[in-house]
Design a binder for this molecule. Structure first.
Ligand SMILES: Nc1ncnc2c1ncn2[C@@H]1O[C@H](COP(=O)(O)OP(=O)(O)OP(=O)(O)O)[C@@H](O)[C@H]1O
Ligand code: SF4
Ligand SMILES: [Mg+2]
Length: 334
Protein backbone atom coordinates (compact mmCIF):
# COMPACT_ATOMS: atom_id res chain seq x y z
CA UNK A 1 0.00 0.00 0.00
CA UNK A 2 1.49 3.40 -0.90
CA UNK A 3 2.09 6.08 1.75
CA UNK A 4 -0.55 8.84 1.60
CA UNK A 5 0.52 12.29 0.46
CA UNK A 6 1.32 14.78 3.20
CA UNK A 7 1.47 17.69 0.82
CA UNK A 8 -0.41 17.83 -2.44
CA UNK A 9 0.12 20.81 -4.73
CA UNK A 10 -2.10 21.05 -7.81
CA UNK A 11 -1.75 23.65 -10.55
CA UNK A 12 -0.25 26.27 -8.22
CA UNK A 13 0.04 29.63 -9.97
CA UNK A 14 1.53 32.68 -8.29
CA UNK A 15 1.87 36.16 -9.73
CA UNK A 16 3.49 39.40 -8.67
CA UNK A 17 2.06 42.79 -9.46
CA UNK A 18 4.81 44.67 -11.25
CA UNK A 19 4.15 48.14 -12.69
CA UNK A 20 0.41 47.58 -12.30
CA UNK A 21 0.57 44.31 -14.27
CA UNK A 22 0.08 40.80 -12.90
CA UNK A 23 3.15 38.74 -13.84
CA UNK A 24 2.93 34.98 -13.22
CA UNK A 25 6.21 33.53 -11.94
CA UNK A 26 4.97 30.12 -10.79
CA UNK A 27 2.80 28.55 -13.47
CA UNK A 28 0.63 25.50 -12.87
CA UNK A 29 3.01 23.67 -10.54
CA UNK A 30 1.89 20.24 -9.31
CA UNK A 31 3.74 17.81 -7.08
CA UNK A 32 3.25 15.70 -3.97
CA UNK A 33 5.36 14.92 -0.94
CA UNK A 34 4.71 11.74 1.02
CA UNK A 35 5.62 11.07 4.65
CA UNK A 36 9.35 10.44 5.03
CA UNK A 37 10.06 11.34 1.40
CA UNK A 38 12.60 13.89 0.14
CA UNK A 39 11.49 15.76 -2.95
CA UNK A 40 13.95 18.14 -4.60
CA UNK A 41 13.03 21.24 -6.58
CA UNK A 42 15.88 22.20 -8.91
CA UNK A 43 16.30 24.81 -11.61
CA UNK A 44 18.24 27.92 -12.54
CA UNK A 45 18.07 31.12 -10.57
CA UNK A 46 14.72 32.83 -11.01
CA UNK A 47 12.85 29.67 -12.05
CA UNK A 48 10.35 30.06 -9.20
CA UNK A 49 11.61 27.63 -6.54
CA UNK A 50 11.52 30.01 -3.56
CA UNK A 51 8.25 31.60 -4.64
CA UNK A 52 6.75 28.10 -4.79
CA UNK A 53 7.95 27.43 -1.22
CA UNK A 54 6.62 30.77 0.05
CA UNK A 55 3.28 30.23 -1.72
CA UNK A 56 2.76 26.88 0.04
CA UNK A 57 2.74 28.62 3.42
CA UNK A 58 1.12 31.87 2.23
CA UNK A 59 4.27 33.80 3.09
CA UNK A 60 4.44 35.85 -0.10
CA UNK A 61 5.33 39.54 0.02
CA UNK A 62 2.36 41.85 -0.42
CA UNK A 63 2.92 42.23 -4.17
CA UNK A 64 2.60 38.44 -4.63
CA UNK A 65 -0.67 36.52 -4.89
CA UNK A 66 -1.71 32.93 -5.52
CA UNK A 67 -3.93 33.19 -8.58
CA UNK A 68 -4.71 29.52 -9.16
CA UNK A 69 -4.43 25.94 -8.02
CA UNK A 70 -4.58 24.35 -4.60
CA UNK A 71 -2.29 23.35 -1.74
CA UNK A 72 -3.49 20.50 0.44
CA UNK A 73 -1.79 19.56 3.68
CA UNK A 74 -2.96 16.25 5.17
CA UNK A 75 -6.04 16.65 2.96
CA UNK A 76 -6.78 20.16 4.33
CA UNK A 77 -6.85 23.09 1.94
CA UNK A 78 -4.19 25.54 3.18
CA UNK A 79 -5.62 28.39 1.09
CA UNK A 80 -8.92 28.20 2.96
CA UNK A 81 -7.45 28.03 6.49
CA UNK A 82 -7.92 30.85 8.96
CA UNK A 83 -4.69 32.69 9.77
CA UNK A 84 -4.60 31.29 13.32
CA UNK A 85 -4.83 27.68 12.09
CA UNK A 86 -2.22 28.36 9.42
CA UNK A 87 0.05 29.93 12.05
CA UNK A 88 0.05 26.64 13.96
CA UNK A 89 0.94 24.65 10.85
CA UNK A 90 3.73 27.08 9.90
CA UNK A 91 6.74 26.36 12.01
CA UNK A 92 4.80 23.46 13.53
CA UNK A 93 3.77 20.66 11.17
CA UNK A 94 5.54 22.37 8.28
CA UNK A 95 8.83 24.19 8.90
CA UNK A 96 10.47 26.48 6.38
CA UNK A 97 14.19 27.06 6.51
CA UNK A 98 14.28 30.06 4.19
CA UNK A 99 16.96 30.86 1.64
CA UNK A 100 17.90 34.06 3.40
CA UNK A 101 19.07 33.42 7.01
CA UNK A 102 18.40 37.09 7.77
CA UNK A 103 14.67 36.44 7.50
CA UNK A 104 14.83 33.41 9.82
CA UNK A 105 17.15 34.53 12.60
CA UNK A 106 16.53 37.63 14.63
CA UNK A 107 19.82 39.50 15.12
CA UNK A 108 18.86 40.90 18.53
CA UNK A 109 18.09 37.61 20.32
CA UNK A 110 20.44 34.78 21.22
CA UNK A 111 19.96 31.60 19.21
CA UNK A 112 18.93 29.76 22.39
CA UNK A 113 16.15 32.26 23.11
CA UNK A 114 14.88 32.03 19.53
CA UNK A 115 14.62 28.25 19.72
CA UNK A 116 12.95 28.46 23.14
CA UNK A 117 10.37 30.86 21.75
CA UNK A 118 9.47 28.43 18.95
CA UNK A 119 9.32 25.45 21.32
CA UNK A 120 6.88 27.34 23.54
CA UNK A 121 4.86 28.82 20.67
CA UNK A 122 4.11 25.35 19.36
CA UNK A 123 3.66 23.81 22.82
CA UNK A 124 6.39 21.32 22.08
CA UNK A 125 7.94 21.96 25.50
CA UNK A 126 6.74 23.22 28.87
CA UNK A 127 8.43 26.20 30.55
CA UNK A 128 9.95 23.68 32.97
CA UNK A 129 11.75 21.55 30.35
CA UNK A 130 12.14 24.09 27.54
CA UNK A 131 15.78 24.89 28.26
CA UNK A 132 16.78 21.24 28.15
CA UNK A 133 14.76 20.71 24.95
CA UNK A 134 16.54 23.66 23.34
CA UNK A 135 19.95 22.20 24.22
CA UNK A 136 18.82 18.79 22.92
CA UNK A 137 17.93 20.41 19.60
CA UNK A 138 21.31 22.11 19.29
CA UNK A 139 22.82 18.72 20.02
CA UNK A 140 20.59 17.02 17.42
CA UNK A 141 22.01 19.30 14.73
CA UNK A 142 25.52 18.58 16.06
CA UNK A 143 26.40 22.02 17.35
CA UNK A 144 29.42 21.60 19.60
CA UNK A 145 29.20 23.02 23.15
CA UNK A 146 25.45 23.70 22.92
CA UNK A 147 25.19 25.51 26.27
CA UNK A 148 27.85 27.98 25.19
CA UNK A 149 26.54 28.43 21.63
CA UNK A 150 22.97 28.97 22.88
CA UNK A 151 24.15 32.27 24.36
CA UNK A 152 25.53 33.47 21.01
CA UNK A 153 23.84 35.96 18.74
CA UNK A 154 23.45 34.91 15.08
CA UNK A 155 26.29 37.16 13.87
CA UNK A 156 28.73 35.39 16.21
CA UNK A 157 28.31 32.08 14.36
CA UNK A 158 30.03 30.77 11.22
CA UNK A 159 27.90 30.12 8.11
CA UNK A 160 27.80 26.38 8.83
CA UNK A 161 26.76 26.83 12.45
CA UNK A 162 24.15 29.38 11.44
CA UNK A 163 22.69 26.87 8.99
CA UNK A 164 22.57 24.26 11.77
CA UNK A 165 20.80 26.74 14.04
CA UNK A 166 18.28 27.40 11.25
CA UNK A 167 17.67 23.66 11.02
CA UNK A 168 17.31 23.42 14.81
CA UNK A 169 14.81 26.27 14.69
CA UNK A 170 12.94 24.45 11.92
CA UNK A 171 12.87 21.26 13.99
CA UNK A 172 11.68 23.06 17.13
CA UNK A 173 8.01 22.80 16.14
CA UNK A 174 8.44 19.04 15.59
CA UNK A 175 7.51 19.21 11.90
CA UNK A 176 6.43 16.39 9.62
CA UNK A 177 7.71 18.37 6.61
CA UNK A 178 10.81 20.53 6.43
CA UNK A 179 11.12 22.89 3.49
CA UNK A 180 14.82 23.66 3.14
CA UNK A 181 15.53 26.42 0.62
CA UNK A 182 19.15 26.19 -0.54
CA UNK A 183 20.44 24.86 2.79
CA UNK A 184 24.00 24.45 1.50
CA UNK A 185 24.43 27.54 -0.67
CA UNK A 186 27.26 29.83 0.32
CA UNK A 187 29.00 27.21 2.46
CA UNK A 188 32.40 25.70 1.69
CA UNK A 189 32.42 22.15 0.29
CA UNK A 190 33.24 20.27 3.55
CA UNK A 191 30.56 22.25 5.44
CA UNK A 192 28.05 21.53 2.67
CA UNK A 193 28.79 17.82 2.93
CA UNK A 194 28.24 17.91 6.70
CA UNK A 195 24.89 19.71 6.29
CA UNK A 196 23.82 17.11 3.71
CA UNK A 197 24.77 14.31 6.14
CA UNK A 198 22.74 16.03 8.83
CA UNK A 199 19.68 16.33 6.60
CA UNK A 200 19.89 12.64 5.72
CA UNK A 201 20.26 11.72 9.38
CA UNK A 202 17.16 13.77 10.28
CA UNK A 203 15.15 12.04 7.57
CA UNK A 204 16.14 8.60 8.86
CA UNK A 205 15.93 9.33 12.59
CA UNK A 206 12.81 11.49 12.66
CA UNK A 207 10.98 10.19 9.58
CA UNK A 208 10.95 13.77 8.26
CA UNK A 209 9.63 14.57 4.82
CA UNK A 210 11.76 17.21 3.10
CA UNK A 211 11.12 19.58 0.23
CA UNK A 212 14.69 20.36 -0.71
CA UNK A 213 15.34 23.37 -2.90
CA UNK A 214 18.82 23.30 -4.33
CA UNK A 215 21.01 24.45 -7.16
CA UNK A 216 23.42 21.67 -6.41
CA UNK A 217 22.80 18.45 -8.30
CA UNK A 218 25.30 16.54 -6.13
CA UNK A 219 23.29 17.47 -3.05
CA UNK A 220 20.09 16.47 -4.81
CA UNK A 221 21.55 13.15 -5.97
CA UNK A 222 22.61 12.26 -2.44
CA UNK A 223 19.37 13.23 -0.69
CA UNK A 224 16.32 13.14 -2.92
CA UNK A 225 13.84 10.35 -3.60
CA UNK A 226 12.10 12.41 -6.26
CA UNK A 227 13.15 15.40 -8.35
CA UNK A 228 11.08 18.16 -9.94
CA UNK A 229 12.92 20.35 -12.42
CA UNK A 230 11.64 23.92 -12.79
CA UNK A 231 12.09 26.24 -15.74
CA UNK A 232 10.45 29.65 -16.11
CA UNK A 233 7.92 28.92 -13.37
CA UNK A 234 6.88 25.47 -14.59
CA UNK A 235 7.89 21.95 -13.61
CA UNK A 236 9.25 20.62 -16.88
CA UNK A 237 10.24 17.16 -15.68
CA UNK A 238 9.59 15.16 -12.56
CA UNK A 239 10.09 11.60 -11.41
CA UNK A 240 12.19 9.31 -9.22
CA UNK A 241 15.54 10.99 -8.50
CA UNK A 242 17.74 8.19 -9.85
CA UNK A 243 15.77 8.02 -13.06
CA UNK A 244 15.61 11.77 -13.71
CA UNK A 245 19.32 12.23 -12.93
CA UNK A 246 20.55 9.11 -14.75
CA UNK A 247 18.24 9.19 -17.77
CA UNK A 248 16.83 12.70 -18.09
CA UNK A 249 14.15 13.13 -20.74
CA UNK A 250 13.57 16.88 -20.98
CA UNK A 251 16.15 18.82 -23.02
CA UNK A 252 16.45 21.34 -20.15
CA UNK A 253 17.25 18.61 -17.60
CA UNK A 254 19.77 17.20 -20.08
CA UNK A 255 21.37 20.64 -20.31
CA UNK A 256 21.55 20.99 -16.54
CA UNK A 257 23.23 17.64 -16.18
CA UNK A 258 25.49 17.90 -19.23
CA UNK A 259 28.50 19.49 -17.60
CA UNK A 260 28.13 18.00 -14.14
CA UNK A 261 30.51 15.00 -14.42
CA UNK A 262 33.87 16.06 -13.10
CA UNK A 263 32.50 19.23 -11.59
CA UNK A 264 33.66 20.06 -8.09
CA UNK A 265 31.16 19.03 -5.44
CA UNK A 266 29.09 22.00 -4.48
CA UNK A 267 29.38 23.68 -7.87
CA UNK A 268 26.31 25.64 -8.88
CA UNK A 269 24.21 24.40 -11.78
CA UNK A 270 26.13 24.65 -15.04
CA UNK A 271 24.91 27.29 -17.39
CA UNK A 272 23.03 26.53 -20.56
CA UNK A 273 23.53 28.87 -23.51
CA UNK A 274 21.14 31.80 -23.44
CA UNK A 275 19.01 33.22 -20.67
CA UNK A 276 15.66 32.15 -19.22
CA UNK A 277 12.81 34.37 -20.40
CA UNK A 278 12.02 37.38 -18.24
CA UNK A 279 8.82 36.83 -16.24
CA UNK A 280 5.83 38.19 -18.14
CA UNK A 281 7.69 38.12 -21.45
CA UNK A 282 6.99 34.54 -22.47
CA UNK A 283 6.73 33.87 -26.18
CA UNK A 284 4.02 31.44 -27.33
CA UNK A 285 4.98 27.77 -27.43
CA UNK A 286 7.54 26.07 -25.20
CA UNK A 287 9.27 28.47 -22.77
CA UNK A 288 12.58 26.65 -23.30
CA UNK A 289 12.39 26.78 -27.13
CA UNK A 290 14.80 29.73 -27.63
CA UNK A 291 17.55 27.75 -25.85
CA UNK A 292 16.62 24.21 -26.82
CA UNK A 293 19.03 22.32 -29.10
CA UNK A 294 16.25 19.85 -29.94
CA UNK A 295 13.45 22.26 -30.83
CA UNK A 296 11.44 21.42 -33.91
CA UNK A 297 8.48 22.82 -35.73
CA UNK A 298 5.68 22.98 -33.15
CA UNK A 299 7.91 24.14 -30.28
CA UNK A 300 7.75 27.86 -30.96
CA UNK A 301 4.05 27.80 -31.80
CA UNK A 302 2.42 25.39 -29.37
CA UNK A 303 2.82 24.93 -25.64
CA UNK A 304 3.79 21.29 -25.07
CA UNK A 305 1.59 18.93 -23.07
CA UNK A 306 2.84 16.72 -20.25
CA UNK A 307 3.82 13.23 -21.37
CA UNK A 308 5.01 10.10 -19.55
CA UNK A 309 8.12 8.77 -21.29
CA UNK A 310 8.65 6.22 -18.49
CA UNK A 311 6.69 4.87 -15.55
CA UNK A 312 6.21 7.61 -12.96
CA UNK A 313 8.09 10.22 -15.03
CA UNK A 314 6.38 13.24 -16.54
CA UNK A 315 7.96 15.64 -18.99
CA UNK A 316 6.64 18.80 -20.60
CA UNK A 317 7.98 18.41 -24.12
CA UNK A 318 6.72 17.81 -27.67
CA UNK A 319 9.42 15.18 -28.21
CA UNK A 320 7.36 12.70 -26.19
CA UNK A 321 4.05 13.28 -27.92
CA UNK A 322 3.10 9.70 -28.83
CA UNK A 323 1.54 11.07 -32.02
CA UNK A 324 5.13 11.72 -33.09
CA UNK A 325 7.02 14.61 -34.56
CA UNK A 326 5.30 14.48 -37.93
CA UNK A 327 1.79 14.85 -36.62
CA UNK A 328 2.88 17.40 -34.01
CA UNK A 329 4.23 19.47 -36.89
CA UNK A 330 0.81 19.28 -38.54
CA UNK A 331 -1.09 20.30 -35.41
CA UNK A 332 -2.84 23.61 -36.06
CA UNK A 333 -2.21 26.56 -33.79
CA UNK A 334 -4.44 26.49 -30.74
N1 LIG B 1 8.87 40.36 -4.51
C1 LIG B 1 8.95 40.12 -5.82
N2 LIG B 1 8.44 40.97 -6.73
C2 LIG B 1 8.48 40.72 -8.06
N3 LIG B 1 9.06 39.63 -8.60
C3 LIG B 1 9.59 38.74 -7.75
C4 LIG B 1 9.59 38.92 -6.32
N4 LIG B 1 10.20 37.86 -5.72
C5 LIG B 1 10.56 37.04 -6.75
N5 LIG B 1 10.20 37.57 -7.94
C6 LIG B 1 10.46 37.00 -9.25
O1 LIG B 1 9.89 35.70 -9.28
C7 LIG B 1 10.71 34.83 -10.06
C8 LIG B 1 11.02 33.60 -9.26
O2 LIG B 1 11.86 33.94 -8.16
P1 LIG B 1 12.38 32.89 -7.11
O3 LIG B 1 12.97 33.67 -6.00
O4 LIG B 1 11.30 31.93 -6.78
O5 LIG B 1 13.50 32.13 -7.94
P2 LIG B 1 14.43 30.93 -7.46
O6 LIG B 1 14.18 29.79 -8.38
O7 LIG B 1 14.21 30.68 -6.01
O8 LIG B 1 15.87 31.53 -7.73
P3 LIG B 1 17.23 31.38 -6.89
O9 LIG B 1 17.79 30.07 -7.30
O10 LIG B 1 18.05 32.53 -7.36
O11 LIG B 1 16.90 31.45 -5.43
C9 LIG B 1 11.96 35.64 -10.44
O12 LIG B 1 11.80 36.10 -11.75
C10 LIG B 1 11.94 36.78 -9.48
O13 LIG B 1 12.51 37.94 -10.07
S1 SF4 C 1 9.01 21.20 -26.50
FE1 SF4 C 1 10.51 21.54 -28.11
S2 SF4 C 1 11.66 23.37 -27.49
FE2 SF4 C 1 10.56 22.60 -25.68
S3 SF4 C 1 12.00 21.30 -24.67
FE3 SF4 C 1 10.80 19.96 -26.01
S4 SF4 C 1 11.96 19.86 -27.93
FE4 SF4 C 1 12.79 21.59 -26.75
MG1 LIG D 1 15.37 30.91 -4.37
Amino acid sequence: MSTPDLLRVEGLTTAFTVGGRSVPVVRGVSFQVRAGETVALVGESGSGKSVTALSLLRLLPTSGRITGGSVQWRARDLAGLENAALEQIRGGEIALVPQDPATALNPVFTVGDQIIETLLAHAVATPRDVHRRMLDLLDTVHIPHPAQRARDYPHQLSGGLRQRVMLALGLAGDPALLIADEPTTGLDAPTQARIVDLLRELVVQRGLAVLLISHDLDVVASCADRVAVMYAGEIVEQGPARQVLDTPTHPYTLGLLASVPGAEPGTALPTIDGMPPAPGLLAPGCAFAPRCPQRFDPCERLAPARWAPAVDVSTLCHLYDPAGRASATDTPDA
